[in-house]
Ligand binder design. Structure first.
Ligand SMILES: Nc1ncnc2c1ncn2[C@@H]1O[C@H](COP(=O)(O)OP(=O)(O)OP(=O)(O)O)[C@@H](O)[C@H]1O
Length: 334
């Protein structure tokens, strides 16, 4: 099973530029989480901070008791081996075949024999649907194939935590849908904790168990997907509706007068936002073990969630036939 990642009071600046401050959240073990946020809000910086490649000035990132910010370098180095990283561009070596690219971490970090390396690499190549392309160079294949090769490479060391930086960048909507399904199938197969950074609304709506958003140097929210998807925070509503009206500007934040004028011109929302169902693993895949754990966890926190999120969660679990569940009384509490 994947490992819980606990982030406490994380603050990162570069010189005088504060990127974000006091970020606190927990990535639940084995669940899929998405971090949204406009360009430049520090999502990639956040991923790099989780693996200890960047050092925030304050706060902790705890993984199996190791603090990836302030812990001993030796422990951080060892803990990093639990991670699989998929970068935006696949980060493949252009002069190496896909096979050699995917084998690279095994050759660098293990003493496995070539026959064993071949077995592992071919297994992962099959998982991401690239059988037959292993001899090709990265320049000879499409962007979507390069992404999948990057994912295969992230998987060779049997990671328990997978970080994906914009898995959809440069992909058309159909390829993005395939990548979304692949991420869910992967979670079903290996039960790893996953964090995906994306701007893509389809991935955000269909893939994660949990969602968060960074904006104006803060974590706006992080929690079960229903919390963000029903949120009436202006920045979340603007992002999810992909509209110009709202706090997110083209290059800089808008002033109060502009915001007020835009808000006055906007039509009243027609009703609660529609939440599309989360993707299920493909036929033939094992069920996601995270689903049951998440259900326990989320139902345990129901009383502390905003009413709209609570109603959405109750609808989700009622629709998925959770007849055996006793939902905490709604209408009481918050
Ligand atoms: N090593 C660095 N040194 C100085 N500034 C940096 C460094 N890395 C990132 N930054 C700055 O931190 C800010 C956040 O960058 P980051 O790449 O994390 O944003 P992002 O949310 O991932 O953006 P996008 O969605 O466009 O990829 C940017 O202003 C960037 O210039």
């Amino acid at each position: 099973m994947g490992i819980e990642v606990v982030v406490e009071g994380l603050t990162k600046s570069f010189g005088k530029q504060n990127i974000w401050q006091d970020v606190t959240l927990t990535l639940p073990a084995g669940e899929v989480s998405v971090m949204l946020g406009p360009s430049g809000t520090g999502k990639t910086v956040f991923l790099k901070s989780l693996i200890g490649l960047l050092k925030p000035e304050h706060g902790r990132v705890l993984i199996n008791g190791v603090d990836m910010v302030n812990g001993p370098e030796r422990d951080i180095f060892e803990t990093r081996k639990l991670f699989g990283l998929m970068f935006q561009d696949g980060a493949l070596f252009g002069s190496m075949s896909l096979f050699d690219n995917i084998a690279f971490p095994l050759r660098e970090h293990t003493r496995k024999k070539e026959s064993e390396i071949r077995r592992v690499v071919m297994e992962r190549i099959e998982v991401v649907g690239l059988l037959g392309a292993e001899g090709k160079l990265p320049g000879e294949i499409s962007g979507g194939m390069r992404k999948r090769a990057g994912l295969a490479r992230a998987l060779v060391l049997d990671p328990q935590i997978i970080l994906c930086d914009e898995p959809d960048s440069g992909l058309d909507p159909v390829r993005t849908a395939y990548i979304s399904q692949l991420l869910i199938d992967l979670n079903a197969q290996i039960d790893a904790t996953m964090l995906i950074v994306t701007h893509n609304l389809d991935i955000a709506a269909t893939v994660p168990d949990n969602m968060g958003m960074l904006f104006r140097r803060e974590l706006v929210t992080f929690g079960p997907r229903e919390v963000l998807l029903t949120s009436d925070e202006p920045v979340v509503a603007q992002f999810l509706a992909a509209r110009r009206e709202g706090p997110i500007g083209m290059s800089e934040e808008k002033d109060a007068a502009t915001l007020a004028a835009e808000a006055a011109a906007l039509p009243e929302p027609a009703g609660p936002r529609e939440i599309v169902p989360q993707l299920e693993p493909s036929p033939g895949m094992p069920p996601r073990r995270a689903v049951m754990r998440r259900r326990e966890r989320v139902l345990g926190m129901l009383d502390r969630l905003p009413p709209a999120a609570r109603a959405a969660i109750e609808r989700t679990y009622a629709a998925s036939g959770a007849a055996t569940l006793t939902l905490p009384t709604s209408g009481s509490g918050s």
